[in-house]
Ligand binder design. Sequence first.
Ligand SMILES: Cc1cc2nc3c(=O)[nH]c(=O)nc-3n(C[C@H](O)[C@H](O)[C@H](O)COP(=O)(O)OP(=O)(O)OC[C@H]3O[C@@H](n4cnc5c(N)ncnc54)[C@H](O)[C@@H]3O)c2cc1C
Length: 439
Amino acid sequence: MKVLQEAETSKVRNFYEGDETLRLILEDTLDGEFLSYAKRELQLFGEKCANDIDERAKHTDREGEPRLIRYDKYGEETCEIWVNEGYKRTVDETYRTGIVGYVHKEIPELGHKGNYTYSFAQGYLLSQTEPGFYCPVTLTMATAYLIDHYADEQLKEKFLGHVCATGDKPLFEGATFLTERQGGSDVGANVVRAEKDGEHYRLYGEKYFASNVGMCGVAMVLARIEGEQEGSRGLSLFAVPWRKENGELNGLRVRRLKDKLGVRAVPSGEVEFDGALAYVVGDKEGGFYYMMEALNLSRVCNAVASVGIMRRALVEAKEYASRRHAFGKRLTDFPMVQDSLGKLAAKLHVELATVFDLIQLYEKVTNNEVTEREIVLNRLFIAIMKKESAEQAIHFSHETIELLGGNGYIEDFVTPRLLRDAQVLTVWEGTANILGLEL
Ligand SMILES: Cc1cc2nc3c(=O)[nH]c(=O)nc-3n(C[C@H](O)[C@H](O)[C@H](O)COP(=O)(O)OP(=O)(O)OC[C@H]3O[C@@H](n4cnc5c(N)ncnc54)[C@H](O)[C@@H]3O)c2cc1C
């Protein structure tokens, strides 16, 4: 007797192929040459995501999660983050597609920049397989955004090329550190302090939730310059290189990595600053405002990760139900199973279209092509879609576990990982209450 009675399709899996909603969105939003380029590249990336990256993601989640190696063999504190070889390949292959870089620089083949629509289409495919790694990608997107929009020419020269690297330069992944022990939602309670040292600053204090520690080349950090007022208005934004030019740690250490429910691919840790060299970004009074702008981008990324998980859940549920028999029939022949799958499919179609509508508006806002009203609507829609899609990602993962029956609960299948990964999407980048308050 077999678990699945119908044969597996011989076709190579590809997350791009067969996604009619995504195809329609791309055809609606990209023009001729860019559209052909995007379709070709997404076809290639969709296959990679469904196969190689998926295999590696499974390994990273179960046996190969990042580890902190605090001291080297001579007892020096180096705070290396060990990641497995497959993860390194996923990092390399993904950034080379320009998922971050081509939002800010030319796509050589086209002679013009890419855009967020294309980047988010890539992110949607990636988060169907590895939402844990999509987190560092989105942190790097936020870092690139902050440097490109607010840093002076010297800082851009120093960091932007590395943050946007596509194989042409050593890559600096990014990170955004706001949360401290006493407050994640209440960022105004931040106490990490910045002391003036010549032209730049030195940071002291601790960040309690810091994703991509040790993997990032540069982190964007909120801190309070000595003597500045309390609350969020007294915060400044700093670009903090992880290492000095000689390779030593830049006056910081990782206290520990968090042992997390999901998104295990990304090392999330606690960071202690003890005199880290920090470059102020933009006006020192503008730190909180800049970070809120980056947070808006991260919330769109969160919605993209959510629809990615929703699609993967639906694909898994459909595939399993069409191959599994019960009571002498295929599961998909039962009206109640059809009803569940139909509702998920309809919901995904609507959510995906809405998220990409929002991305169109976001794109206009970042290009300064909008009215005051659209700027307000953009904020409003981002908050609503972040909350809505994150909750749907959990719902889809839960429904899919049920549709797979007992196997859905077993870690050999992707379904438990989908649920564990989805659960964080309602927490980071603002909980439902905080989003509600912002509205
Ligand atoms: C895996 C992971 C990775 C993370 N990575 C990062 C990172 O890289 N950088 C970073 O800066 N942060 C990071 N975070 C932190 C994350 O952003 C915060 O956990 C989140 O913002 C919530 O903050 P908190 O944990 O302090 O919860 P709290 O702020 O203590 O909130 C607890 C609860 O109280 C509610 N609440 C709080 N204030 C109000 C209010 N005024 N009205 C009603 N309800 C309220 C919240 O909605 C929530 O349900 C990460 C978190 C996780 C889990």
